[in-house]
Write a new protein. Structure first.
Length: 442
């Protein structure tokens, strides 16, 4: 095993877990199914390296290598940026608002050409893979994650199978050239994110495929957590409040974990920021559970859930089985930070998105608009005071600008399957015929 600058610890049993030689470790051996997340631990204090992009934070990323393709003046490295807002802060009623932005906004130094902070996790997950790992990485998505992994894997030559609901296909586009190693599967009919996850699970259970792991992948969480690091670099301190919209809540868990590391560092404040997390009505299962201070999500039958998801403006905020209850999950993040949750209507999100664009000069995606609306609610309730330091995580933006400046290619599915009838054997046969054969593990 090569020397690692990080180690993994199980949040359920508290014991360390060695990294794996091939692929990467997703779970501790202490329980099946896993009762808790793994967390990466780093020996160094926080420091950013030279250059730009997400890999400037390599010391606090669980990766085996850095950017597989070097940045150039024409192709700057993608990563999070943070800046102090004046106009949006004034309109909302705040004096110290820092925007954490992931997307395409060249004037701000933002060069994520997938227009989403999911690109950060795709970069770090693929950089966690050993150099000789050739098994296709299997990723489920409601839209943004699939776009990010398809783009990053196409650019870097990492074999991947991306699984999305058929309804998410309009969100699947790329600026990357076509790549034979990347396969896109659409799950047809009334499929939602949960159905895509189930199909992806069937594929990753086949010999020779590798599950990406979702929230259980420490590289995914710490990649997204670099948004908080960018904010602390900009402000010089941890915030009093952190605001983000959540579907699975993985990004919020990531910010909470990074905040704990920064508190232990000791140079940026001694208090974890209060987490303000938002969901898009009418699909608000985590907000509903948190209102009751319950670790258990409320029961919701499949038909009812799909009706609610279909009504969302921010369709990506639609995970029916989020990492809420498990050790180290959303419930624990909210509990540890005395957090709050918000329900945002489609109309409120639309208005908040327009407010951001008018104030800051960049379009943002619907999920990010949900976060802006939640911040407005928090200020109106008095949960956030005018003079407190606030980080607002704008998780995606710049799509209109990018589509006007870059050649964008719409992604068509290589395969379409019906989640109600497809079997693992069907998937193995279809993938082989589509040119995405399983790879033997050395």
């Amino acid at each position: 095993m090569e020397s690692m600058h990080y180690r993994l610890r199980c949040l359920a049993c508290g014991e360390p877990c060695p990294e794996q030689r091939s692929g990467f470790r997703l779970h501790c051996d202490c329980a099946a199914p896993p009762r808790g997340l793994l967390r990466a631990e780093y020996a160094e204090r926080f420091a950013s390296g030279g250059g730009g992009g997400v890999f400037r934070y390599r010391a606090w990323l669980p990766v085996r290598r850095s950017a597989p393709q070097p940045a150039t003046p024409r192709k700057p490295a993608p990563g999070p940026v943070a800046y102090r807002s004046d106009e949006l802060a004034r309109r909302i009623g705040l004096d110290r608002l820092v925007v954490l932005f992931s997307g395409y906004w060249p004037e701000r130094g933002a060069h994520c050409e997938t227009c989403s902070f999911k690109e950060l996790e795709a970069l770090t997950v693929t950089a966690r893979l050993p150099e000789d790992e050739r098994r296709p990485l299997v990723v489920a998505s409601a839209g943004n994650t699939g776009r990010a992994f398809h783009t990053v894997c196409s650019r870097t030559g990492v074999p991947a199978v991306v699984v999305v609901p058929e309804a998410a296909l309009p969100a699947l586009w790329t600026t990357a050239p076509p790549a034979a190693e990347t396969t896109l599967i659409a799950v047809s009919g009334d499929a939602d994110y949960a159905d895509a996850i189930r199909v992806a699970g069937m594929i990753s259970g086949l010999p020779g495929f590798l599950a990406e792991g979702g929230a259980h992948n420490v590289a995914r969480r710490d990649g997204m957590g670099t948004t908080l690091l960018a904010g602390v670099e900009s402000a010089g301190a941890l915030p009093n409040h952190y605001v983000q919209a959540v579907g699975s809540g993985t990004g919020a868990i990531a910010a909470w974990e990074m905040a704990q590391r920064l508190v232990r560092d000791g140079r940026f404040g001694g208090q974890i920021p209060r987490m303000h997390l938002a969901q898009n009505r009418p699909f608000t299962i985590m907000a509903d559970a948190w209102e009751q201070r319950s670790r258990q999500l409320p029961p919701l039958d499949e038909e009812q859930a799909k009706r609610r998801i279909a009504a969302l403006r921010a369709a990506v905020l639609s995970n029916r089985n989020p990492p809420y209850a498990l050790a180290g999950g959303v419930y624990d993040a909210l509990s540890a930070s005395a957090g709050a949750m918000y329900r945002v209507t489609n109309r409120q999100a639309e208005r908040a998105g327009a407010l951001f664009a008018a104030s800051e000069g960049c379009d943002i995606d619907p999920a990010a608009a949900v976060a802006v609306a939640a911040l407005q609610q928090a200020v109106a309730r008095g949960a956030v005071e005018r003079d407190q330091l606030v980080f607002l995580n704008v998780t995606g933006g710049g799509l209109r600008r990018l589509h006007g400046e870059r050649r964008v290619r719409r992604l068509e599915p290589d395969l379409t399957v019906d989640h109600r009838t497809v079997t693992a054997a069907d998937l193995a046969r279809l993938l082989d015929a589509a040119g995405a054969p399983a790879q033997e593990v050395a």
